[in-house]
Design a protein around this ligand. Structure first.
Ligand SMILES: Nc1ncnc2c1ncn2[C@@H]1O[C@H](COP(=O)(O)OP(=O)(O)OP(=O)(O)O)[C@@H](O)[C@H]1O
Length: 248
């Protein structure tokens, strides 16, 4: 299968803080890849380096065969990004914002059908500022999909969504994946990672502590669920003990 994202030994520091250290992974076309880790682990920094919105200190990044730092404009046409805390003017309506986003791309998707898919059809005439947290979150996913992207970056995908809305978003993304969309997501919910991700990477203080499938994440730990395994990989004390064991 075609490689969509390829990262090699990516490093990025902010002064003395090593935010990302020797990160490396590959995401193939049509795969869902989960980048996991506690707050401050380095996920956002890694994503920004991959998108070319942040420069990195060393390593190599390729997205759809392009170097994001050199080919940002060309890449922009083929990539979708869900922004966490995007600022929009207060008085803009949902349909206007979708229309403005649409105008930025050569081959945009039909935003009305995306709004329908994500349960927002009846909100097209509402002000963005009047949407509930969950509705706004779904709108941000719609905006990320308007470019008709080949790869989409979704940051904290379903934070703030109720149980039904989360399931619906998972369903929509699974359908898009079947259609060949490549998805890189971050999430703090292990049920979501289990439902969606083909491969995952767990980061801890900029370093990789696990890279593989959901099944491998569980079987390479002493745990029986992904949530327990995730806590085991990221927990200071327990991982410390595991390191000691492997040295002994
Ligand atoms: N602009 C910056 N200047 C200095 N330090 C930064 C900057 N951005 C991030 N950091 C630091 O780099 C580290 C990684 O942060 P990053 O935002 O990439 O983590 P994250 O995994 O995305 O966290 P979260 O889950 O909270 O979004 C943290 O220690 C953070 O404090």
């Amino acid at each position: 299968m075609e490689t969509t994202i390829h990262i090699e030994r990516l490093c990025k520091s902010y002064g003395a803080v090593r935010a990302v250290e020797h990160l490396g992974f590959t995401v193939r076309r049509g795969e869902v890849f989960g980048l996991l880790g506690a707050n401050g682990a380095g996920k956002s920094t890694a994503i920004e380096c991959i998108l070319g919105t942040k420069s990195y200190d060393s390593g190599a990044v390729s997205v759809l065969g392009m170097d994001p730092l050199k080919d940002r404009k060309r890449l922009f046409e083929r990539v979708g990004v869900q922004f966490q805390e995007a600022k929009y003017q207060d008085k803009i309506k949902v349909a206007e914002l979708c229309g403005m986003t649409r105008a930025l791309y050569r081959n945009p998707a039909d935003y009305r059908s995306l709004l329908q898919r994500f349960g927002l059809s009846d909100k097209a005439a509402s002000l963005v500022s009047e949407l509930s947290g969950g509705e706004r979150q779904r709108l941000f996913i719609v905006l990320a999909l308007i470019p008709n992207p080949e790869v989409v970056f979704l940051d904290e995908l379903t934070t703030g969504l109720d149980a039904r809305a989360r399931r619906d978003v998972w369903q929509c993304l699974s359908e898009l994946k079947t259609g060949g969309l490549t998805i890189l997501l971050t999430s703090h919910f292990m049920d979501e990672v289990e439902a969606l991700c083909d491969h995952l990477m767990i980061m801890k203080k900029g370093k990789t502590v696990f890279y593989g499938t959901v099944r491998e994440a569980i079987t390479s730990s002493p745990c029986e669920s992904l949530e327990d395994a995730y806590l085991w990989y990221t927990d200071e004390e327990v991982t410390g003990r595991a390191d000691l064991q492997s040295i002994v």
